[in-house]
Structure formats: structure tokens, C-alpha cells
Design a binder for this molecule. Sequence first.
Ligand code: SDX
Length: 426
Amino acid sequence: MKDTMTIVNNRTNESYEFDILDPTRGPSVVDISSFYAKTGMFTYDPGYTSTASCTSDITFIDGAKGELRYRGIEIEKLANKHSYLDVCYLLLNSELPNKEQSEDFDLELRHRSFLHEGLMNLFRAFPSNAHPMATLSSATSALSSFYYDHLDIKNEAEYQEMARRIIAKIPTIAAFAYRHSIGAPFIQPDIDRSFTENFLYMLRAYPGGKMHRNINGEDHIREIEIKALDTIFTLHADHEQNASTTTVRNVASTGAHPYVAISAGISALWGRAHGGANESVIAQLKMIGSVENVDKFIERAKDPNDEFRLMGFGHRVYKNFDPRAKALKALQDQLKNELQLDSKLMQIASRIEQIALNDEYFIQRKLYPNIDFYSGVILTALKIPTSMFTPIFVIGRTVGWITQWIEFKKDPKSKIARPRQLYIGK
Ligand code: SDX
């Protein structure tokens, strides 16, 4: 016998019973799927602040504790001890790969990283000043016309192939989008390089594959850079039912192609309230310009009549430190010397953090730095252009989106997303 919740309509004195469903961890839910049929009324929850849209066993977040787990494993352990590709395997298969599985997965993604020649023309159709996110979402949507057979997936092997293909191709699409934006020829993937090194290679190499010499006169990509970016990909891999994942699930619910669902996720992520915040954080730190100016901008962020918001602060779920922000802060401290992090930007960022974490406005609203607050300084030190910050978020998150898409497709209770409204018109 399930526990229930009784809701009494005090207008009519009618009472209604709804089942309580219990999780393995986190809050229980009240199953209100029969609410309209029983009461003739809708529930109302703009932004879904109190609404669970699905069951899932992929990612768990405890916002009060600042805890994040992929398939039950803490994010700290994954970021410190496992490669991003092993984390992709974990998300897709619910367990970490053994050595052989890890090598096979890595090799398969290297071979799948190439794009159909026909797709090249699409990049050239864009103006060179096109934001890489616009090109990225368009090219990803275009992939559906090259793999149309993936519309109707029947078995696990097809799910896995469809997922591995998009995970492998997104970095190439992102790199080509960037190369087009600077008027440089595309650098094809190099299957002798790992997933993360290959992305940096496709961004940076000269035609013919020669690498630019860095300030130490080295013309190769340093291990420390690969590890830093690999960790950033892992920290971005999945995050429960956030706005872009909800978008991907909603597109999945209509039966559209998986790659157009990913494209819709990319578009949703672009907004500065979501994944676009990482690019806005750096722009904001540069706009603030000096430690002396920070106080003035903190006051603006607190002013209800000023639309200015502190980019990289606040989160719908985390009402404590975002564990990913903590991991990135530790990475920042570790890289400070090796990567010559921009000390001025870091000083402004730490001044913001210092004031905000002690200011009543932020404390009362439980506003803490989120993942986007720290990623930008590291990406800047990796000589990643700010226009590529959100595409890097896309590269990390694609595995999460496609894993959530597959979970939705396999869920016998999944239905087309069709919320109702409180009509206030004529
Ligand atoms: C990501 O959902 C996810 O999991 C997302 C993500 C993922 O991995 O997928 O974690 C990635 O998107 C991280 C968030 C990146 N966005 C930013 O850093 C943009 C700045 N942050 C805000 O826009 C805001 O905090 C949100 C959008 C992140 C959360 O918005 P909510 O939960 O709807 O909170 P809210 O807007 O209702 O704010 C509550 C209060 C309000 O004040 P009051 O009206 O109560 O007086 O806090 C204030 C807000 O004005 N507030 C801020 C603020 N964020 C919230 N005030 C100043 N600066 C801010 N950044």
C-alpha cells in the first residue's frame, strides 16, 4: 500500500488522494498525474521550481549539501581519477569501463570524429563573425540528414552507435566553427591524439599540422593543458534535469531525430542564464576592470531595479557551493603557475567571491559561485577564445544530453511534453 498525500479544496471541501513515490535518494514526489482528472484544476509552477518531470538514475544532485554524482559516483572522484572518456562510458553504460573497454571506446570515438565532406559547405555559408554556438547548433541539426536511419532506433547497439557518433563529432564541429570564425582552414582530426588533445589540436594547429610555439618555445600541447580541459569536460558532463536537458527530453518526446534534440539542447544552453554564463563571466570581469570597482557592481547586482546580475553566481538547485565550482577553484590554484593564469581577472573574481559570500543579500538568497564562475579563467589561460567557452560546455554536456535522451526513449511511462496554462486572456 503506497503512502498518499491528501489535498483539500477549501472552496468546495472536497479532498483528493495522491500517491507519494519514494526515491533511492533525495526528495520524495507526489504523483499528481491524475490531478486534473480528479480536480478539474491544473497545478501551476512557472520554471518548474517544485516539479519532477521524470524518473532517472543517471545523475544525483543534493543542492543543500553541494553534492553531485554520476551513476552514484561522486564528481570529485571522477574528476580526479578518471578521464572524460571513461566518464562518458560510465554515463552511457552505468559502470566505469575496464582497460579493454576503455581502449575500444577511445579508439571508436577517434574514428568517428570525422565529418561528412558535404557538411563542410554548411560552415562556409555562415558569416565569419557568426558566433560558434550558432554554427554548432546548425551543423548538429544538419547531422540528422546524414544519419537519417537513426530516427527509428530499435536496439541497444543502435543506441550506443548513435550516441558514440554524436559525442565523437561535436568537438570537430566546434573546432571547425571556430576555425571558420577566424577565417582559418579546417584542421582534420588526428586519430593519433586523444579526445581532448585532438580538440586543442584542431583549434590551434597551422595547416599541415604544425603547432604554434608557446611562450616556453614548445610546439606541442602540454599534458597539463590536456588534463585541465579533460577535467572541465568531466565537470560539465551531466547535471540532472537542467534547462537544456529538459529541452532535449521535450524534443525526444515528439519523436524527432536525436541529433535535432541535441541541437535544441545546444540552443537552450547558449542563453547567459544557463551555459552562456561562462562567456558572460569573463566579459563581466573585464568590464568591472579592477578590484576597486567590484563594490559598485555588487551594489548593482543587489538592486532590484537594476537588471545587472552577477554572472556565475546563483543556481536553481545548489543552495551551497556548487561542487564543480569547488573542483575548478582547486584546479585554478593548481594551475596558477604552470598556466600563467590571468592574475588580474583572478583578483577581481576572488574579490567578488569574498564580498558576495559575506553579504546578507547573497547569504539570504543562498547565492554561491557556480561552475561558470571559475571555468572562464582556466579556459582563458588555455588560450581558448571566449567565444568558444560555451561550445566547450556543449562538448562536455553532449554525453549527458544523449544519455538522458536514451533514458527517455526507454522509459515506458514517457509521454509527449504538453503542459497546460493559467489563461488570463479575454
Ligand atoms: C548553469 O540548472 C542547472 O543545473 C544549470 C547548470 C548545468 O550544469 O546545467 O548548472 C549550468 O546554467 C549554471 C548557472 C549559470 N547562470 C548564471 O551564472 C547566471 C546568473 N545566475 C542567475 O541568473 C540565477 O541565479 C539562475 C538563473 C542561475 C537561477 O535562477 P533562479 O533559480 O530562477 O533564481 P531566481 O532568479 O528566482 O533568483 C532568486 C533571487 C532573486 O532575488 P529576489 O527576487 O528573491 O529578491 O536571487 C537573485 C534574484 O534576483 N539572484 C541574483 C542572482 N541570481 C539570483 N541576484 C544577483 N546576481 C545573481 N547572479
